[in-house]
Design a protein around this ligand. Structure first.
Ligand code: AMP
Length: 138
């Protein structure tokens, strides 16, 4: 697959579109999912232009998983979920909807089902309180 520089995450990286940002450094950006499947549903994306795990350089892959672990720890500290689920989809057939590789970090509680994937958009203002809690734990 050829990387599309106009995908929505590329636009967020170029600051052409807003996001509810949690963390940024020279290699990665993390923000809340605008169609959260659970409260605190977070995305971690590399700055490298790569559609999926197959295209990502080894260096960027290492930095991406290290940042994902850091975010997962902050979510554990801020929200104290008993479980944390990582999800990473590659290709439309796997359910990937944005063709810029990313990890989903999903706080999970027994008995609370996840909402459907990428279906229901929320007002970004409603995400600010949970974003503030996660940021404070980073
Ligand atoms: P995937 O289907 O694994 O590619 O996941 C893409 C995720 O990006 C979905 O969970 C969407 O809800 C989320 N998403 C799409 N557009 C935005 C956006 N503008 N800001 C934050 N999250 C988004």
């Amino acid at each position: 697959m050829t990387y599309d520089p106009n995908n929505i995450f590329a636009k967020i990286l170029r600051k052409e579109l807003p996001c509810v940002k949690l963390y940024e450094d020279e290699d990665v950006l993390s923000f809340l999912d605008i169609m959260p499947q659970v409260e605190g549903h977070t995305l971690v994306i590399p700055k490298e232009a790569a559609c999926d795990i197959l295209q990502l350089s080894t260096t960027s892959a290492s930095r991406l998983i290290m940042a994902t672990q850091r975010i997962a720890r902050a979510i554990k500290s801020a929200l104290n979920p008993p479980g944390i689920m990582l999800m990473q989809l590659n290709g439309v057939a796997a359910g990937q909807t944005v063709p810029h590789i990313h990890f989903h970090v999903l706080p999970r509680h027994a008995g609370i089902d996840m909402k459907l994937h990428a279906r229901q958009m929320v007002d970004s203002k409603t995400l600010e309180p949970v974003a503030a809690r996660i940021r404070a734990a980073l």
